[in-house]
Design a protein around this ligand. Structure first.
Ligand code: 0RA
Length: 651
């Protein structure tokens, strides 16, 4: 029996089949996972090939269409996948690229291929994991096409028309046998495409969602294009922050010897947090690596030298340290490395040691020139560094005070905490509840065996705007540290959160379902994002989801979480007819529910809906936090208006 349309069953077919089988057997090895991440990875894999064409200088537009059935169509105007006969394998190069694992080697055209990371596994993997894939190539005046099922050709390479342009269209439908979900998220794809537009200036990426069509019959569409590249990227990230210098400091060069390409844009703002986003060959490196170390080294070295040379640090009684230079710093560091080595558990860290020196050298040079040519800007930055150093000194003292208190006061637990009886963190939960009154209700409604309650009074400190030592002096924040059992420790001058003694594996933020409540949720999240990020990364943080309505008639009562559910509840009580005795109670706050209702709807593990908070997208989270909390009002208003339909509009 043969799967080849020609009836041949030769060595190359066996090789292709074995490869495809391996991918289908262990998809996780090739695309990371088979959940929503892996599903989206398929798209990135195809786009990466189009971007390679861009990097080679042949492609300037890429269009991604989400088809109505969640299929994906990627069109580019690159050279098109070669279609000629592959000498050794005796079949069309198109079929080889689409069916042979790692066929890329033979066709290698781009120096900056990614190894060790998850990208770069090739379109043949996408093919193997698709129930249907169609490749269309416009090349040499013709249109070629081949179709596949689970990676196996279902047609020959056919000429189906003529064309005056070049390019490739890959249309694929992920296989339901492989993936846990088949639903593409617009936001996830648009986020990655925006990022790619900044990382590859001049390239136009279009995203079209045919699942969502407006009144005029037009699908939801976004076009991403940047001429300024990383300069515009840092401006986008810092959109809602006040800038300290007018234009980003920028460098783009290639080191001849190592063939490493470096592109960096950096900007200082009046805030206190550091935001360094880094990429290797267009892929995010969440944990930094040698490129980021090289960047930091240059920043620290050059500013320190400049400050000393100009006698600017003379008032300080202690030495400035690396972290003082990074307060209010936003930077994007992007390098292209021929043979990248990725380290760490999630391969999110660049290991190549040669990159450190290259980045440090060229960044140092550019920064030095910048400071010499822009003395006014230089003074502004150094003044900020001095303030940062002074505040760091004060913060350290304040932090030590909090932690000393932890050790000294008996159990050390805050008086406001109603703890659970279980001492096993695995099955313990803590609810952070807005306000003492809701806290009281939650205390009555909870299952005290495993649920603890910590009421938080009023609006906790706005951590985006506050200086670090002020944060550690804040009562509510001190309570959170002690109740959770986590502490900040310093190792080699770096602050790390010790979560080994975390007392509850689920930390649930429970606030009112109105605008104020969601504001407070965001404040608490900002705090976790800035000071207890590992808790989010390890999946410990959740948001409770109280119902908005109670639909009632006599003794029948149904909770509803949105308008659609409310209508459904009315329908079900009215049994399809009309009934004027059905009343809707709108819950404005948790306090309007009694203890039993709160347990039934929001706290009972069997029935509640918890939303787990992830840092799937650090850039977006950071942007939203600072937009909601920052100084610049216009972007915040625009954001709230744009998202008003998702928020609980409470008028
Ligand atoms: C192999 C060799 C060449 C290009 C490609 C593959 C290629 C693959 C994809 C996937 C999506 N779009 C693509 N565009 C190109 C080099 C072509 C040449 O040398 O002419």
């Amino acid at each position: 029996m043969s799967n080849d349309p020609n009836g041949n069953y030769d060595a190359s077919n066996i090789q292709a089949l074995e490869g495809l089988e391996a991918v289908r057997k262990r998809p996780g090895m090739y695309i990371g996972s088979t959940d929503y991440k892996g599903l989206h990875h398929l798209v990135y894999e195809v786009i990466d090939n189009s971007i390679d064409e861009h990097l080679a200088g042949y492609c300037d537009t890429i269009e991604v269409v989400i088809l109505p059935d969640n299929g994906i169509k990627v069109t580019d105007n690159g050279r098109g996948i070669p279609t000629g006969m592959h000498e050794k394998l005796q079949k069309s190069a198109l079929e080889v690229v689409m069916t042979v694992l790692h066929a890329g080697g033979k066709f290698d055209k781009n120096t900056y291929k990614v190894s060790g990371g998850l990208h770069g596994v090739g379109v043949s993997c996408v093919n193997a994991l698709s129930i249907l894939l169609r490749a269309e190539v416009h090349r040499e005046g013709k249109i070629f096409q081949q179709t596949y099922r689970q990676g196996i050709p279902t047609s020959q390479v056919e000429v189906i028309g003529t064309s005056t342009s070049n390019g490739t269209i890959i249309e694929f439908h992920p296989d339901a046998e492989i993936f846990e979900t088949l639903e593409y998220k617009y936001e996830t794809l648009s986020h990655r495409m925006r990022e790619l537009a900044y990382l590859n200036s001049g390239l136009t990426l279009t995203l079209i969602d045919e699942r969502h069509v407006n009144e005029k019959g037009e699908p939801k569409t976004d076009v991403f294009h940047s001429e300024g590249g990383l300069r515009e990227f840092v401006q986008y990230i810092d959109e809602s922050r006040q800038k300290l210098i007018e234009h980003p400091i920028y460098v783009k060069t290639r080191d001849e010897e190592s063939n490493v390409e470096v592109e960096v844009a950096m900007q200082y703002n009046t805030g206190y947090s550091e935001n360094i986003f880094s990429f290797v060959n267009n892929i995010t490196t969440r944990d930094g690596g040698t490129h980021v170390s090289g960047f930091r080294r240059a920043v620290t070295r050059v500013f320190k030298q400049y400050g000393e040379d100009n006698n600017m640090f003379k008032k300080l009684t202690f030495a400035v340290s690396g972290e003082d230079f990074s307060e209010g710093l936003t930077a994007v560091v992007s390098v292209k490395v021929p043979e990248p080595q990725f380290k760490g558990q999630t391969k999110g860290e660049l290991g190549n040691s040669e990159v450190l020196g290259v980045v440090s050298r060229c960044m140092g040079e550019v920064l030095k020139n910048y400071l010499e040519e822009n003395p006014q800007q230089a003074k502004r930055i150094v003044d900020k560094i001095i303030i940062a150093a002074t505040a760091r000194h004060a913060a350290r003292k304040a932090r030590e005070m909090v932690q000393r208190k932890n050790v000294l006061t008996g159990s050390g637990l805050p008086g406001k905490l109603s703890d659970c009886s279980s001492k096993n963190p695995y099955d313990s939960e803590i609810f952070l509840v807005e306000g003492d009154s809701a806290g009281g209700t939650a205390k009555q409604g909870r299952d005290r065996n495993f649920q603890a309650i910590l009421p938080l009074r009023g609006k906790i400190l706005n951590v985006e705007k506050a200086l670090e030592h002020k944060i550690y002096e804040n009562e509510e924040i001190k309570n959170m540290f002690t109740a959770l059992g986590v502490s900040i420790e310093e190792k080699d001058g770096e602050k790390i959160l010790n979560i080994e003694k975390l007392r509850y594996y689920k930390v649930v933020i429970m606030c009112d379902a109105d605008v104020d409540g969601s504001h407070i949720t965001t404040l608490i999240l900002t705090f976790f994002f800035r000071f207890m990020k590992p808790l989010i990364e390890h999946g410990h943080i959740y948001i409770a989801n109280p119902p908005l309505y109670l639909v009632k008639k006599g003794t029948t009562a149904i909770y509803a979480w949105d308008e659609a559910e409310r209508q459904e509840a009315i329908q079900s009580i009215a049994k399809g007819g009309k009934d004027d005795n059905i009343k809707t109670q709108r819950y404005k706050g948790l306090g309007e529910m009694n203890a039993e209702q709160l347990w039934d709807t929001t706290m009972d593990p069997e029935r509640r809906i918890l939303k787990q908070v992830t840092i799937d997208d650090a850039i977006e989270a950071d942007r939203i936090f600072s937009m909601l909390m920052g100084d610049e009002v216009p972007p915040r208003r625009a954001f709230i208006e744009a998202n008003a339909k998702y928020a609980n509009v409470d008028v």
